[in-house]
Ligand binder design. Structure first.
Ligand code: KIV
Length: 270
């Protein structure tokens, strides 16, 4: 099993790989491929649950997926993404919600979409033994404030604010930092400025690692952001398989003899 220490040791030596997963079979595939970190992202909301954003994802909802992923993963570090308003409102609730992911669902760490309000909370979680991955730049739980998913850190003040927050979260004890949709030169500077690993998504090649949403990476999503890349076309593969199934049932080709069984000793009914 990978640990947060392994991840820190890998930073700057070898690229860190992180992918999301939301269920047992895909988590198994991701883990067996050798990914370092499996993130049970609140992106499950739009990637798998049919919501437009991540805002409606609940603690019970994410817990369900964290449990499924933890049961399937043998080697990677499992990180539970804390949903919108499950942290930061009330300290006790924040700690209990995050603690539940480790105590009841088998995660090794939590991720918090970060800001000035998560510095002290990160410190408290770390003191209690809950490893925290910070997340700066574009934090999609703020979609209603942004009015979309705009690039972040594009002017000097904003870039400095993100760098200051990165330092503050490192000082608070975060073990790594996701940087989303920021200029690659800003990500390079932050990576240089802090010792904990940076993991980029839409943040260029200079981070210590990369993360993508699995449904985007394998080509299951209908739409994916411009900074993502499809490494396969699972949607097309599924469409073909499902179409073939429907055609085979319609034509009577399925089920064939090898898919059925007869019991010679059965009496005629009635
Ligand atoms: O929820 C998620 O999948 C994420 C990643 C995009 C980093 O937060």
């Amino acid at each position: 099993m990978a640990t947060v220490r392994d991840l820190r040791a890998k930073a700057g030596e070898e690229p860190i790989t992180m992918l999301t997963a939301y269920d047992a079979p895909t988590a198994e595939i991701v883990d067996e491929a050798g990914v370092d970190v499996v993130l049970v992202g609140d992106s499950v909301g739009n990637a798998r649950l049919g919501y437009e954003t991540t805002v409606p994802v609940t603690v019970d909802g994410i817990a369900h997926h964290v449990g499924a992923v933890s049961r399937a993963v043998e080697d990677a570090l499992v990180v539970a993404d804390m949903p919108f308003l499950s942290f930061g409102v009330d300290e006790k609730d924040s700690l209990e919600n995050a603690g539940r992911m480790l105590k009841e669902e088998g995660a090794h760490a939590v991720k918090l979409e970060s800001g000035p309000h998560t510095v002290d909370l990160t410190e408290k979680m770390v003191q209690l033994g809950i490893p925290v991955m910070a997340h700066l730049g574009l934090t999609p739980q703020r979609v209603n404030q942004y009015g979309g998913y705009p690039r972040q850190g594009t002017d000097q003040d904003e870039a400095e604010r993100i760098l200051d927050l990165a330092r503050a979260h490192e000082d608070a004890g975060a073990f790594s930092l996701v940087l989303e949709h920021v200029p690659s030169n800003l990500a390079a500077e932050i990576t240089e400025a802090i010792d904990i690993p940076t993991i980029g998504i839409g943040a260029g090649p200079h981070c210590d690692g990369q993360v993508l949403v699995l449904t985007d990476a394998v080509g299951l999503s209908e739409w994916s952001p411009s900074f993502s890349k499809q490494f396969g076309n699972v949607r097309e593969e599924m469409e073909t398989a499902v179409g073939d199934y429907v055609a085979a049932v319609d034509s009577g080709e399925f089920p064939a003899e090898e898919h059925s069984h007869e019991e010679a000793d059965l009496d005629d009914l009635y």
